[in-house]
Design a protein around this ligand. Structure first.
Ligand code: HXC
Length: 519
């Protein structure tokens, strides 16, 4: 063979590999509105930056006549490239080859990418589209999954891991995405569940469709498994690029700072009148967020789940920040099990990757009742408390209105090592609201008053007294629990100044094997 022949052979092999499971199966993939694995990677990474690895890998299985059929790349495309010029490792399962099912060799390819990402300190993006364990390979496939899971676990908190679910993801296979930092699903074309509809019917007699059991909307609203949901793969791949722009490449770095063309001293006069006079009336916290962050840009995480708390990424003065805020328009912004879990996971992610936290507080308390107590709101609420308490990143908190009792503490109070805790003049920082306090403190006195009119007057007088004493920011400020009471319209400037000031913060938790947070 001449050298030219050898080069020709190489090019032919490459072309063959790029065809995956063949043109017919690619057509089927396209007809379902799905891209192929290589198309997805091309759309995700900077143009021309993808370097494929292990293109010539094939499976080694001989069961069921498999030794007579080999596809180059073995159902997963792996390699590296860049996003906004930064190194990224990627793997994308190729459904056109044995339904993207996981073989021993496919697992080895994915593990190689995970190992390299750890060594190089670069994020990993996994695009999942697979029928699960390759049935013909039996336990070798299970072992392959386990190898991946182990690496996901070790990479957690070291490099960002993002999972896009662009097709089926079932059985134990869901645990790799579940171990990563962010799970994205595409509406209508992806699903995730541990046991499929047929097994559900057999075991518990429940009739349920694939979409009802594990579609994108289910995981975006009910389970909270999918932090990001998109209408199309193209939209999803662009969103991953955006998400990465807020993140550092690894836990030893800080997120890239971008030039800020939005003046940091921008004043928002309307914030001085956003809080309604009636304490029971709501206002939209998202308006506050978009008016204080750079250019109003906010990438919300889990927007449809536990809407009483808002979590997401933004920039302030060009710095990447994680925003956590209570939402008065939904369940009055009360904290409950789901909101606590959502908030805690987000806070822990930001802390693991050196992203400062900006917390906007308007919280009436924890949701009372048996449903919450039986569901373990004590443990779940403690997760958020723990997350804020262990976080060593810069923490700036602004209390806009209510901040009562346990929920005051949990929402990044001063004693949880808050760096700068501000309050608006409308803040009410107290053990509880006036209604509850008067009920407890003056029950006997009020009951003793037999004239109903006088009774109302007595209640009002006691509430006024309580409100004057406690339902303001100055009582907390008097003790230094609030660093300053600020004009709402200056919030952007004050928060950015605070973030700039504490950006050199150094704080370490005591050495330990690992913590034992209330899971
Ligand atoms: C080997 C598989 C496969 C698998 C699909 N294929 N799943 N090959 N192992 N697990 C092959 C099919 O034989 C077919 O080959 C091609 O992929 C496309 O599959 P279709 O069924 O034609 O596609 P579609 O109709 O879109 O259905 C997709 C599907 C279905 C819903 C995912 O294929 C399916 O139910 N697959 C099995 C799912 C499953 O039970 N997996 C094991 C779960 S247990 P041809 O040659 O026709 O193109 C598990 C344990 C993991 O994963 C544990 C981890 C700890």
């Amino acid at each position: 063979m001449t050298m030219q022949d050898k080069v020709k052979e190489l090019l032919e092999l490459r072309a063959k590999a790029r065809l995956g499971g063949g043109e017919k199966r690619i057509e089927k993939q396209h007809s379902q509105g799905k891209m192929t694995a290589r198309e997805r990677i091309q759309a995700l990474l900077d143009e021309g930056s993808f370097e494929e690895m292990d293109m010539f890998v094939t499976h080694r299985c001989a069961n069921f006549g498999m030794d007579k059929e080999h596809y180059l790349s073995d159902g997963v495309v792996t390699g590296y490239g860049t996003i906004d010029g930064r190194l990224i490792y990627v793997f994308a399962q190729d459904f056109t080859v044995y339904g993207g099912s996981l073989s021993e060799t496919q697992s080895q390819k994915i593990c190689k990418v995970l190992d390299a990402a750890m060594k190089m300190g670069a994020p990993v993006i996994g695009i999942n589209d697979s029928g699960g364990a390759r049935i013909q390979e039996g336990v070798n496939s299970l072992a392959g999954y386990s190898e991946i899971f182990q690496r996901n676990i070790l990479a957690s908190g070291v490099v960002p891991q993002i999972s896009a679910i662009f097709g089926p993801c079932a059985g134990g296979a869901v645990y790799s995405p579940a171990l990563t930092d962010f799970v994205m699903m595409v509406k209508g074309n992806s699903y995730m569940f541990l046991t499929g509809p047929k097994v559900v019917k057999t075991v518990i007699g429940e009739n349920v469709t694939t979409e009802e059991l594990g579609g994108a909307s289910v995981h975006a609203t009910k389970s909270g498994v999918a932090q990001l949901v998109v209408d199309s793969e193209e939209e999803g791949l662009q969103m991953i690029r955006k998400l990465l722009s807020y993140l550092p490449s690894n836990n030893m770095e800080t997120a890239p700072e971008v030039e800020c063309n939005d003046p940091i001293e921008r004043v928002e006069d309307y914030l001085n009148s956003i809080i309604p006079d009636n304490p029971n009336k709501a206002y939209d916290m998202k308006e506050v967020i978009s008016s204080v962050v750079d250019n109003g840009e906010f990438l919300e995480i889990l927007p449809q789940y536990a809407k009483n708390i808002i979590t997401g990424f933004a920039r302030m003065g060009g710095m990447s920040v994680g925003v956590v805020a209570n939402q008065p328009t939904y369940m009055a912004g009360v904290l409950d099990i789901n909101a606590s879990r959502k908030g805690a996971r987000f806070v822990r992610f930001c802390d693991a990757f050196n992203i400062p936290l900006v917390t906007l507080v308007d919280v009436p308390g924890f949701l009372p009742g048996t449903v919450q107590e039986y569901g373990g709101v004590i443990t779940h609420g403690a997760k958020l408390l723990y997350a804020y308490g262990e976080a060593t990143v810069p923490k700036v908190t602004v209390t806009l209105r209510k901040s009562y009792g346990g929920s005051h503490i949990v929402m990044s109070c001063k004693q949880l090592r808050g760096d700068m805790n501000y309050a608006w003049p409308t803040a009410e920082i107290a053990v509880m609201g006036a209604d509850g306090a008067v009920e407890v403190l003056y029950a006997k006195e009020i009951k003793a008053e037999t004239d109903p009119q006088k009774q109302i007057e007595a209640i009002t007088a006691r509430k006024d007294e309580y409100n004057k004493l406690f339902c303001n920011p100055y009582n907390a400020a008097r003790y230094g629990y609030i660093d300053d009471v600020i004009e709402p319209r200056n919030t952007r400037y004050r928060v950015i100044k605070a973030l700039q000031t504490v950006s050199t913060k150094r704080l370490e938790n005591p050495a330990k094997k690992h913590d034992n947070l209330p899971l």
